[in-house]
Design a binder for this molecule. Sequence first.
Ligand code: ADP
Length: 307
Amino acid sequence: MVLFDTVTKRYKEDITALEDVNFNIEEGEFCFVVGPSGAGKSTIMRLLIREEIPTSGSIFFRDIEVPKLTRRLLPAYRQKLGVVFQDIKLLQSKTLEENIAFALEILDKSPKEIVDTTDYLLDLVGLRERRTLFPDELSGGEQQRGAIARALANKPDLFIADEPTGNLDQQNAEQILEILKTINATGTTVMVISHDFHLVNGSKARTIKIVNGRLEEDSGKSIGPKKEVKEKEVVKEEKKEKKEVHPEFNSLSDTLKEKFLKFAINSPEILLNITAGDLKNMNLSKEEHKELETFVKNYLSKNTKNA
Ligand code: ADP
């Protein structure tokens, strides 16, 4: 499902974050990526979600050659992924259940489906009775479980968690691990980036160890054959992409609309898939940044009222 083929990533001439890294992850696997801080673990995730591109080598997600994805195809690609970061959690202005429901609303789910899926996800992470609380009323572990529930709303094929147990005590960390295993048991491929050796050693799962940017150890399978890029498939998908601005964006300034077009943001839903790195790439002016913030705020409150 995921193939890293001789991947090297240099951020600058003298900063080599990864060097000649090879591994593959099969459909349905549960896999840890471990290593000391600064080893290059998060770079693997940033390459996989295509926030960064490799300096050399390539990365495949099924038949998709990830570094070759155009901006236009990125949103559709990222919808196949569920991502949880250590420090980006829930929207502070919404309750836990609103956070999950919102992720479903922007996927255009029916009201019944939103209620049913929100209930299911709250149960999955053991937070049904905390549903009406705001993030700052939840413990660190509960917030992280809430973020996991929200990231599962789009039924991802691959779930990636970057240090999901960082800053948590052992009991909370183990609870998170149990949830990730349950997610895996339902068929989702799970990749967990962690420097928590205690957690990883206790679990016996496939472990890829990165040290100083190099793959030092892989307890799992050998590397599969190189895949050929299915150019045709990429072109076909690209043709399906919309080229006009979404009606929700009509009130925005022309410069911001232009940037949305350039970066293939063709619905409010896509704004949820944008990473901090993408925002940096968009190079927004102060005014555009403010405009975007106001738009998201208004959009959120509109959707909360409708819910
Ligand atoms: P880990 O997740 O294992 O802590 P990272 O992948 O975040 O490691 O970082 C690997 C190396 O790359 C580190 O030396 C880090 O300082 C460097 N690095 C990461 N991101 C950048 C960046 N945007 N620019 C320059 N260097 C970076």
